[in-house]
Ligand binder design. Sequence first.
Ligand SMILES: [Cu+2]
Length: 237
Amino acid sequence: MSRQLLTLAGSTLVLTLAAGPALAASAISGTVTYTGKVPTLKPISMDADPACAAKHKEPVPSDMLVLGPGNVMANVMVRVKSPVPAASTAPTQPAVIDQKGCHYEPHVLGVLVGQPLKLKNSDGLLHNVHALPKVNTPFNMAMPANRTEAETKFGKEEGMFLVKCDVHGWMTAYVGVFANSYFAVSGKDGKFSIAGLPPGTYEIEAWHEKLGVKTGSVTVAADKPATIDFAFAAPGS
Ligand SMILES: [Cu+2]
């Protein structure tokens, strides 16, 4: 009897501890802005594969630098670089990259260590997925027209690396493999948000494929959202 009571008391204690950080957690959010001279980027030419070109009525803008109104920046990977107490474990639901319109969607993606990454081929065309990580094992996977889906995963933490299609030289995506889910990619409005951070001071890193890395520090108080913004300029400006 006393043993059961002890077990019950133990369970209660565990529940209380688990609920504590969740109640106190806060979100960080911010906006990424481009401050340099805006370059003129050529649209992507898909003429090398008429089947790709036929999928677009309008010119396809370059995804090297994607800006919204006020020069806010999309496709910036923002992540909490410092260790996070009570960090999350890998979800079983896959992250997804689609090959659609001879274009990777999304262009920038984060996955967790061990999380499945689903590679979709919505095009019904021949692609290949050539991933070039340096810490994890590189792979080159053929995606023939009739192969609509494949799946992979990465076993080790690794910063952003290139994924490309050797059939269509303009197709690039960037993937990062993280130990926890405290990352987000800025949208076309330049905004990002990372939820559920326990109180503390964290180093935050913002990465862009051409403009490199910026870091900043943010202090998260219990139940109080914090803000951190990033600005990138063209190299040498
Ligand atoms: Cu392709």
